[in-house]
Structure formats: structure tokens, C-alpha cells
Design a protein around this ligand. Structure first.
Ligand code: PHE
Length: 344
């Protein structure tokens, strides 16, 4: 209450205030005005300050105010009852928007499960790692020109004497050496390593951050047929029956021989005839090969006893080749555009 006004004026002000009390529950209105510490009680106490000739008038005003408050409480109660009567319990409930996993997380889950089914063990190794794991132990000695292909981001920290500089991982192949170390260089090894990777690149088919999944199998007698069989199995599981895989000679420092891996196009069925999607019948997805003896040695494994294969592909690239996904700009995945993301 405004103490500058005289008590009779205050009665008028409070009465106006009561009229406007529309968004309060009736029981709260009663407490606010008529409760033990309510505004009405406080106002009534001011009778002491009212000059004797005006006390009667003040008393009348107080009575009017009290009636007004009771009326308002009644009004609010009535209003509540009619509002409740209006509720139609047969109406369907309001649907709240429910989110879902990001499409890339969905793809990672699907890919991992396909490999887990045939005994691969899912792991995840650091995204910020030492030069040793990303390059050196993968048969890329310091200053080797092959390192230039990787468009590396370096981390501005004190390099480790043994393991060299810190980098943002350019590929998930760093996981190969980590996995050999984790298993104390004791095959069999069947790893699927899924992680974020980073390269200095950005256009419609490349983002600076993307994901890769890396397969590594090491045991006695592992050969290219095992690799090819695994690729065929993945092609059919992920893209659907009839999808074929193809390997073409390539070069990586950490595999020998090395290959590029293609999958047949689901639109033209691998023929390439009048197909605008693939042009040649095939889509390239990534690299693979037989683990280089030097890499096995770096992981403490004897290449005269054990052999292995490895592959590493981009999750985004692998995923966008799926049937029915017509995504021509992978940057959309990381645009936070809900309309785009809701489609998956
Ligand atoms: N790390 C390679 C790349 O990022 C792919 C690869 C993985 C090749 C494993 C051979 C073996 O391009």
C-alpha cells in the first residue's frame, strides 16, 4: 500500500486493484486480502490515523471494499467452474514433440551392430592424439611426404619427447596401434573403432569434422579373401541384398597391398547406364588393405606369425550413399537445421 495516500484514498486504490485480479486462484485471493496478514487487515488498522469526523466514512468504505473482495472471490470460483465444464475429455491429447538420435549417431549404431554381429569389438580411441599413433607407428616416419596428404590440425601444446606433437586425429587408423597395445600384442584382434576425425577441408562433400570407422582384424592366416568377404557382408547388410563390393589397387603407407573400396550403386544396380548418381556404377567409400608388417612390428606383433587386414571409411560418406537418402551436401548434417534433421 502506498503510505503517502490517506486511508480513504487507499480504500479506493485497493478496490481498483481487486477488480483487476483476474489471474489468481480464488483461495489465493482470499489469503492475499482477507488473510491474517492480508491487505484488508492492514488497511483497517489505519483507522487510528483517520480524523474523528471521517472515521464513519472510512468504516463505510471498508465495508464496501470487503464486499467487493468477497464478490471477486465468488466470481473467480464461478469462472473456474464454467472453465472446467468446458473441458471435453473426449478430445485427443496434445502431442509433444519427441526428439531422436542424430542421423549420424543412428548410422554409427547401425554400422557398429553389423560388425559386432560377426565378432568385431567396438572401441573408441582418442580424437586428440600423439603424432606417434596417427603417423609414425603407421609407417610414416617424421618428415615423410605421405603425411602431407592428411591436412592435419596441430594442437598448440608442448610435444611429448617420445610420442611427438599432439594432433586432431586425421583418421581412425590411430586406433590400430592402440588396440594392439591394449591387447598386449596378443591376437586374435577384431576391432571396430568409431570416432571423430578432423581435416583442413570444407566443401559440399567434406566437413572439417567428420566420423570414420576403422576395422582391424589380426590373426594367423588372415588374407585378402577375408577382407573381401567382410566387405561383401557389410555391403549387403548396410545397403541391401545384391549390393557388391569392389577393391582397386591404391597406396597407403600402413597397408600392403592397399586398396580403394567401392560399393555398387543401388540406383542403377552397378551398370552405370544413364545413372546420374554414380556415373560409373560404383561409389568409392574409403581405403583398406593388408596391415603392413612394419605396423604389426610397431604394435609388438610378429609379422612372420600373424597377418591382418584393415579398412577405414567415412561414416557420413558411407551413410549418404544409402538408398532413398538424397543428400548432396553433407554440411547439412551439422547445420542444426531441425527441419532437415527431423526427416531421419
Ligand atoms: N586411414 C585411411 C584414410 O583415412 C583409410 C585406411 C584405413 C586405409 C585402413 C587402409 C587401412 O583414408
Amino acid at each position: 500500500m502506498m503510505s503517502q495516500s490517506n486511508p480513504i484514498q487507499l480504500c479506493r486504490e485497493l478496490s481498483l486493484q481487486v477488480e483487476q485480479e483476474d489471474s489468481i486462484k480464488p483461495e489465493d485471493l482470499r489469503i492475499k486480502y482477507l488473510g491474517k496478514n492480508g491487505l484488508f487487515k492492514k488497511l483497517s488498522a489505519l483507522i487510528k490515523e483517520v480524523p474523528a469526523d471521517q472515521k464513519k466514512l472510512f468504516g463505510q468504505k471498508l465495508n464496501q471494499l470487503k464486499n467487493k473482495i468477497e464478490e471477486k472471490i465468488n466470481d473467480l470460483e464461478n469462472q473456474r467452474q464454467t472453465d472446467q465444464a468446458k473441458i471435453d475429455l473426449t478430445l485427443p491429447g496434445k502431442k509433444r514433440p519427441v526428439g531422436h538420435l542424430h542421423p549420424i549417431s543412428q548410422a554409427i549404431e547401425e554400422i557398429s551392430q553389423i560388425f559386432e554381429k560377426i565378432g568385431f569389438n567396438r572401441v573408441r580411441y582418442p580424437e586428440v592424439d600423439f603424432d606417434y599413433y596417427v603417423f609414425e607407428a603407421l609407417n610414416m616416419p617424421k618428415d615423410h611426404p605421405a603425411r602431407d596428404e592428411w591436412e592435419t590440425f596441430f594442437v598448440d601444446t608442448q610435444p611429448s619427447e617420445k610420442l611427438g606433437k599432439m594432433v586432431l586425429t586425421t583418421h581412425t587408423s590411430n586406433g590400430q596401434i592402440h588396440e594392439m597395445e591394449r591387447l598386449n600384442a596378443q591376437p586374435p584382434i577384431r576391432m571396430i573403432n568409431v570416432s571423430r576425425t578432423y581435416r583442413r577441408q570444407s566443401d559440399a562433400t567434406h566437413t572439417q569434422m567428420f566420423h570414420q570407422f576403422e576395422g582391424l582384424v589380426i590373426d594367423k592366416g588372415i588374407n585378402i579373401q577375408h577382407l573381401k568377404g567382410t566387405l561383401d557382408y557389410f555391403a549387403e547388410s548396410f545397403y541391401g541384398p545384391g549390393t557388391k563390393s569392389r577393391i582397386r589397387p591404391f597406396h597407403f603407407r600402413f597397408t600392403e597391398p592397399s586398396f580403394e573400396v567401392d560399393f555398387s550403386c543401388h540406383i542403377c544396380g552397378g551398370t552405370g547406364k544413364n545413372c546420374h548418381f554414380c556415373k560409373s556404377g560404383w561409389h568409392e567409400v574409403g581405403g583398406a588393405g593388408m596391415v603392413h608388417p612394419n605396423v604389426l612390428r610397431m604394435g609388438g606383433i610378429d609379422p612372420d606369425i600373424y597377418t591382418g587386414f584393415a579398412f577405414g571409411w567415412g561414416v557420413e560418406r558411407t551413410y549418404t550413399l544409402k538408398k532413398g537418402l538424397n543428400i548432396d551436401d553433407i554440411r547439412l548434417f551439422y547445420s542444426s537445421n531441425v527441419e532437415f534433421l527431423e526427416q531421419f
